[in-house]
Design a protein around this ligand. Structure first.
Ligand code: GLN
Length: 488
């Protein structure tokens, strides 16, 4: 049952082959059985899930038309506020924090009738590429527990890959949906900046943060994305643009579409085994009638340094709110207000978060602002411009998602720069506010390889259409890890 897609589950619910309560029990049991070793969930809510499932079953028993996601389980990354349920962002700072309201996209999925099973593991405040900086311990890759699940939305990716829940939400500031989706062999989409409201998402770098769905297939992602998206007056950066019914146009014709391969991304830095797997996808695209050509994104190689100036700058400002007074952790017996601030932040933030705050504060300081922050903003504009020019020539850009497959747990933890370089192919889309998707391409040494597609602003439809049509004729997305030795 866990290998079914969302629309297959929906059909079963509608035909009464199974009830939402049965489906919910089934996945809760899988979490209980397998997640001790994977650690993809940080909170599981059986009681509220079963109540919601009961309500969904009542609705399903009436003969009205229902939302296609009604009665289907989901889990949310632990940085989305969920009313009455702990929202920790996997930090000691918020380890006891219970949100008083739902994030807009959580609320939209709830209104559609989805059943929330719990909250998924992530890097602390979404800072990381491996899901090893979580206060609740690393999330392990279900394909091989010695390897990381990828970050920061590692729990969301691993839980779907292991069949513990059919769909999850994630967030992507510099690659955090796409990287773990690639490492765990699932499909995930980061839509255009502003497509999904950021209301209720713990802020990391506000000009880059974007939520998105993670699931097995492009079709599943389309169903989720059309439900999560749309204007929200509570988020001033949310776009007031109509949301297409993505799932209804997945089979629209795509022949003669032009696909660009950025020469800056296909270099010796890319693992040759990954290159081989990606070449097979390129061949499929040609076979589907698309025209493949080389393009150039001349400033793309500056994405990592620019991202690692701008994201920490915004983070240092966003994280200033955790002062030990308004919410979250507070140190014991502070001597005075200064001691309260200092010890609270020292005791409750992890090393990576502190590193970002220090870097961010430094690049914003008056003596370094012009040399770092302002210059980085100018280069961000150049990177955007590169994409504008590329999209004069092609309709979509094809790229790797990561230079390697999932690395070993602990391998990069003490080498932040090598960890940051995992995002070498993903950050550019965030800097340019563009939609980008990752889907399974195949395997290298038993670990999944993902490919990435980047589209012009608001062209999520194209990403989903091309990937869906590829998934109709290939099977890279249909493999599942063996969990037999995961039980304790
Ligand atoms: N790995 C990147 C970082 O650590 C991206 C994180 C994200 O997208 N949330 O900043």
């Amino acid at each position: 049952m866990h290998q079914l897609t969302l629309s297959e589950m929906s059909k079963m619910l509608k035909s009464k082959t199974c009830s939402s309560t049965e489906l919910t029990h089934y996945f809760l049991e899988r979490i209980e059985k397998y997640d001790k070793k994977i650690n993809s969930f940080v909170t599981v809510c059986p009681e509220s899930a079963l109540n919601a499932a009961k309500h969904a079953d009542q609705l399903l028993s009436t003969h009205q038309s229902h939302h296609p996601l009604l009665g289907i389980p989901i889990a949310h990354k632990d940085l989305f506020s969920t009313e009455g349920i702990r929202t920790s962002s996997c930090s000691k700072m918020l380890a006891e924090y219970i949100a008083p309201y739902d994030a807009t996209c959580v609320e939209r999925l709830k209104t559609a009738g989805m059943i929330m099973l719990g909250k998924t593991n992530m890097d602390e405040f979404a800072m990381g590429s491996s899901n090893e900086t979580s206060y609740f311990g690393p999330c392990y890759n279900p394909w091989n527990l010695d390897h990381v699940a990828g970050g920061s939305s590692g729990g969301s990716a691993a839980a779907v890959a292991a069949g513990l829940v059919p769909a999850t939400t994630g967030t992507d500031t510099g690659g955090s949906i796409r990287l773990p989706a690639a490492y765990c062999g699932i499909t995930g989409i980061k839509p255009s900046y502003g497509r999904i409201s950021r209301w209720g998402m713990t802020a990391f770098a506000s000009s880059l943060d974007q939520a998105g769905p993670m699931a097995r297939t492009a079709h599943d992602c389309a169903l989720l994305l059309e439900t999560m998206s749309g204007h929200d007056p509570k988020d001033a950066t949310s776009l007031n643009a109509p949301v297409p019914q993505y799932s209804e146009h997945l089979n629209d014709p795509i022949n003669n579409l032009r696909i660009g391969l950025p020469q800056e991304f296909f270099t010796k830095d890319l693992d040759p085994n990954i290159q081989d797997v990606l070449n097979q996808v390129i061949e499929q695209f040609k076979h589907m009638g698309m025209n493949v050509q080389t393009i150039s994104l001349p400033n793309a190689n500056l994405s990592i340094p620019i991202y690692y100036i701008l994201a920490p700058a915004e983070a240092s400002s966003n994280l200033a709110r955790f002062d030990g007074i308004r919410y979250g952790y507070q140190c014991d017996h502070p001597e005075n207000i200064e001691d309260l601030y200092m010890r609270t932040r020292d005791e409750a933030f992890g090393d990576e978060v502190k590193r970002r705050i220090i870097v961010g504060t430094h690049v914003l300081a008056s003596g370094s602002y012009n040399a770092y922050y302002q210059k980085a903003q100018k280069i961000r504009a150049l990177i955007k411009h590169d994409f504008d020019r590329a999209f004069d020539q092609v309709d979509l850009i094809f790229a790797p998602t990561s230079p390697t497959t999932a690395f070993k747990v602990g391998e990069k933890l003490n080498d932040p720069v090598s960890m940051y370089l995992s995002d070498i192919y993903t950050t550019a889309a965030n800097l340019a506010s563009l939609p980008a998707l990752t889907a399974p391409a195949g395997f290298s040494n038993g670990l999944p390889v993902g490919f990435q597609l980047i589209a012009p602003h608001l062209q999520e439809q194209l990403l989903l259409q091309v990937t869906h049509q590829l998934q109709c004729i290939t099977d890279a997305h249909q493999h599942h890890p063996t969990l037999s030795n995961f039980e304790e």
